[in-house]
Structures are given as C-alpha cells and as structure tokens.
Design a protein around this ligand. Structure first.
Ligand code: ZN
Ligand code: ZN
Length: 417
C-alpha cells in the first residue's frame, strides 16, 4: 500500500528539485515569507487540495485534502530563512538580502534547511492527493512561518488554525540535520530543548572614570551577573538534568574613561523539563535582582522575557509506532536513535494547543559516504551544521527521503481504504 503512493515520486522528483532550488535562491526572513507563501500555496492548489488558505498567522499557508471518513492527520513544515551570508558556492546559492526586525540590512540564507522541509511537504501532499484510493481521512498540510523566532506556530494557532480547519489527531514533522543523507534519526520523549530568551537592563549611575566613588558602575554589576549565572547549571540544577545558560550579549559604555549608567545583557536558556525550566528562570531572575541590590543599583533591573519555545516532546508510543513503519520501509540500518538536541523548535506548540501527540524526526542532508566516515571517526566538528553558511543539503537523496518519510508517516495514521 505504502509503496503505491510513493511510486509517483519519480514523476515529480525533478519539479520538486526545481521548487527546492527556487526556494533556496529566494529565502525570506521570519514573518516576511510572502513570496515563498505564494509559491507554496500555488503548488498546493496545483496538487489538488480541496482548500488552500494563505495568511494564516501572518504568512502561514494551510492546505486541506478531504478524503472521506477517517482520522485527521497534520503534516507540518516551516519555511523561514536566516540572516546568514551563504558560502556554499552552489550554483543556486542565495545572494538575497533583507531587512531584519531591527531595521538592519542583512544577508539572507536558508541556512537551516527549511526550504528542503517545504519542498518535501509539497511532494508529500502531491503524492497523497494523487492516490486518494490508497487512504481515508483528512490531511491537514501546514506551512508554518517564523520558526526561527519561535513565534510562528503560536501565531497560526492564535489565528484560528484549529477552528477554521479540521482538528488533527496527530501532528507530524521533520527537520533536516547534519546526518548522512538517506538516514533518519529520532528520539522519544523530550527531543529538543525549551528555549527562553531574556533582555536585562542594569541601572547604574554614570560619571568620570577617575571618580568611581561618585558612580554606581553597571559594568562591574554586569560582570558579576555573568559570572554568578554560571553557578545555576553548576550548583542548582541536578547533574542528571541537561540545561544551558548562555549570556550571548553584553553591552555597556562608549569610552574607557566614562563609567556608563546602564548595562544590557541578552541571556538564553535551554532546558528539557518544565521543572528545570522553572528552576533556571527563577534562579536567573533572583541572581540579577540580588546582584543589582548588592551593587546599590539606582533602580530595579528590567527583565524582559521573550522568544520562548516549549521543549519538543515526540510522544513515545506514537513515535515508536511511526518508527516501526519507517524501519520496515527504509530498513533498520537507515534508522538511528539520536541524543537530545539542544536547539529548539516550536512545532510542539501545535499538538500542545489541542492536546494531541506530536511525532518529530530528523533526516540526513549531508553527502552520505563522507558523513558516515566522519561520524565513525568522531570528526563531528568538521560537518557543517544547521545555521552554518556552509549548510545546504545535497538535493538527493535528501529530497526523496524527506518526501517518503512524510508520506509514510501520514499513511501510518490515516485510515485504510
Ligand atoms: Zn534553525
Ligand atoms: Zn530549523
């Protein structure tokens, strides 16, 4: 049954590769994906979706394939790009530029492979639309914007995704990764970290660098905050619990002999359980307030949390059931279990919003043989990873594997004819 649906892939493989190259050459920053959205919507209409809607959650695209009584299954792909200057040297490399949220002009690249995600989902929707005699139920096709800002999924849910369109019993998604092309990696339970970002402003009192006694130095205050924050993971989080606290931004002052009146920090935390998340967030706030008080700051620090994504949980039973079908189709040697990934994904927001399971897996995008060799020899650092200016999946077998995985996963949960 499964093979019957996938058979049509040979007919559309070339046009999907063209679509992929087109998306790759025209990357768009988060919440500005208007051209990509129009292209994807057109493909869904051509594929024969019964309903196609644009601008769901700003730039999201939704397609519905109705095929009689049966389960509703959601396939999701993200399609935003990043402010990265492409250095792959590929003939279809991006030279695009865009304007980011702060109004800066930046280079733009599909450095996370979301163009591949989108092309594969077009392929899967096309194949399932062409073989309605092979399954029953409803397929909900969701192209989600702004994954890189971790706001796109929430935006679509808040815009009525599950009120305006059929509510699925399961959410299925995938991410291309620095694994050998043709291979699938998965985990059960928490697979990607919760991410929380925080802007901090510390308030001192500025003055001449030669008269520190007349000032309250926010640089020293910030330095103490940075150092003290490192104690959270080292001393407060249980050793068996993975967590990261990173201060990625620290800004103060303009000149060596002026003590500034404020310092700003940008903090990012990663955790896998709600308990650890609450613990780390509370500890960060406590330390920032306490260091501020210890320095006799002129005002309470400003703490502004933003850009939060919950941990991504691939529901264990549903994941095992899906991977059993993958193993049958791809062969056991092409399916691997993966360690926790410290990056984050907001796909989990969909399933959480309607209390249904999410199944999420990774699939390889790097040249198969050299990547296998590098993995065997532990040369992981040599492999270009997501967000690198050198990260662009080899088109095949990445594209075919991604389409096949989506189709097979969907058929695992759709009804039999
Ligand atoms: Zn990314
Ligand atoms: Zn990504």
């Amino acid at each position: 049954m499964v093979h019957g649906v996938v058979e049509g892939l040979s007919e559309i493989r070339e046009s999907l590769a063209d679509l992929y190259r087109d998306l790759h050459q025209h990357p768009e920053l988060s919440l500005q994906e208007t051209r990509s959205a129009a292209v994807l919507a057109r493909h869904l209409r051509e594929a024969g979706c019964d309903e196609v809607a644009e601008q769901v959650g700003v730039t999201g695209v939704v397609g519905v394939l109705r095929n009689g009584e049966g389960p509703v299954v959601m396939l999701r792909a993200d399609f935003d790009a990043l402010p990265v200057e492409e250095r792959t040297g590929l003939p279809y490399a991006s030279v695009a530029r865009g304007v980011d949220q702060e109004g800066r002009e930046v280079p733009v690249m599909h450095a996370c492979g979301h163009d591949m995600h989108a092309a594969c989902l077009v392929g899967a929707a096309t194949l399932l639309a062409r073989s309605r005699d092979q399954w029953r139920g409803t397929l909900l096709v969701v192209f989600q914007p702004a994954e890189e800002l971790a706001v796109g999924a929430r935006g679509m849910v808040d815009d009525g995704l599950f009120e305006r369109f059929p509510e699925p019993q399961i959410v299925l998604g995938q991410h291309v990764a620095p694994l050998p092309a043709g291979f699938i990696g998965y985990g059960t339970g928490p697979v990607m970290a919760a991410a929380d970002s925080l802007h901090i402003t510390l308030h001192g009192k500025g003055g001449h660098g030669s008269r520190p006694e007349s000032t309250i130095d926010p640089v020293l205050m910030a330095a103490n905050v940075v150092t003290r924050l490192q104690g959270i993971v080292a001393r407060e989080v249980p050793p068996a619990e993975p967590a990261v606290v990173t201060v990625g931004r620290l800004q103060a002052g303009t000149k060596e002999n002026i003590i500034p009146d404020r310092a700003e920090l940008g903090v990012n935390i990663r955790t896998y359980t709600p308990q650890a998340r609450d613990l780390v967030r509370a500890a960060v706030e406590r330390i920032v307030r306490a260091e501020s008080a210890a320095s006799a700051a002129v005002a309470e620090p400003d703490l502004d949390w933003f850009g939060s994504a919950p941990a991504l949980v691939s529901e264990p039973d549903a994941t095992k059931a899906t991977m059993a079908v993958f193993t049958e189709y791809f062969g056991a040697q092409r399916i691997q279990t993966m360690p926790l990934v410290n990056a984050s994904e907001d796909v989990g927001v969909f399933g959480q919003a309607i209390a249904v399971p999410t199944v999420f897996w990774f699939w390889g995008g790097l040249e198969t043989e050299p990547t296998l060799a590098a993995l065997m020899e532990g040369r992981l650092d040599e492999l270009p990873g997501n967000h690198s200016p050198f990260f662009a999946p080899v088109i095949e077998p990445t594209l075919s594997t991604g389409v096949e995985a989506l189709v097979i996963a969907a058929l695992t949960w759709l009804g039999a004819p």
